[in-house]
Design a protein. Structure first.
Length: 84
């Protein structure tokens, strides 16, 4: 599945797991960068009171399971950038 085929607009609340199956966090919202119509990254919060968020680019997403509401990544948790 290519990054262009993934629709990130309806993924708020999904759990995000890295390549090893470890939970990275929960999707807070899609983020728009290059185009105002299609998001190209996700803001993922790691905990309920966590201030830092992780920026998950669409290219790092392996699959999205709508049934279980889990997003699987191709990369490990340590390689994902954080921001405030």
């Amino acid at each position: 599945m290519s990054a262009l085929a993934i629709d990130l607009r309806s993924t708020a609340g999904f759990l995000v797991a890295d390549a090893k199956g470890r939970v990275v966090g929960r999707v807070e919202c899609p983020m728009y960068g290059t185009s105002p119509e299609m998001p190209d990254a996700l803001s993922v919060r790691s905990g309920w009171l966590a201030r830092r968020r992780r920026l998950v680019p669409a290219e790092s997403i392996e699959q999205i399971d709508d049934g279980s509401k889990v997003i699987g990544l191709r990369v490990e948790r340590e390689s994902i950038r954080t921001f405030l």
